[in-house]
Design a protein around this ligand. Structure first.
Ligand code: SF4
Length: 159
């Protein structure tokens, strides 16, 4: 099983209530399984945007950083719950590969927003992506995927 951010598969789960439908991933959706960590964390749709403050997802997992939304509400607990349930799902199905939405405070793999809600991006992972990576799952973003790579990953996953 390959996990993919639900919003990339056209599901209206992002904070704004919309999606990030990705043409290539949607073409192969029959081989992909949707996951939305923020939904698993029982955050509503729509919801205020949130950013990590004080560090990236690894720092949040270590208790050294937090997640706050634009209304200055601490939503760290929701993000941790969502990440843990996404990992539970991955481990239950022996997932080795995930393709997650770039730059998201949950799903970003190499870059996240600054925490100042100023549109700037900084190096680091989102909370769910960090937890998956810490547990040996390879996390790509949609920006790193082309059709050849996706077909190869699907073929490998299906053995
Ligand atoms: Fe998409 Fe991930 Fe945000 Fe859910 S948590 S809306 S899957 S980027």
């Amino acid at each position: 099983m390959i996990l993919v951010s639900s919003c990339l598969l056209g599901n209206n789960v992002k904070y704004s209530g919309g999606n990030n439908g990705h043409e290539l991933l949607m073409k192969y959706r029959q081989y992909l399984t949707a996951v939305c960590p923020e939904c698993l964390g029982e955050l509503p749709i729509p919801r205020p945007p949130a950013e990590l403050q004080g560090g990236d997802g690894h720092a949040v997992l270590a208790g050294r950083a937090k997640v706050c939304n634009k209304e200055d509400l601490d939503v760290t607990g929701h993000f941790l719950q969502g990440a843990k349930l996404a990992l539970d799902m991955a481990q239950k199905h022996s997932v080795k590969i995930a393709i997650l939405k770039a730059n998201s405070p949950s799903c970003g793999n190499v870059q996240i927003y600054s925490g100042r809600f100023d549109g700037e991006k900084i190096p680091g992972a989102g909370v769910a992506a960090a937890l998956l990576m810490e547990n040996g799952i390879k996390v790509y973003s949609e920006q790193e995927i082309d059709e050849d790579l996706l077909k190869r990953l699907i073929a490998e996953d299906r053995g």
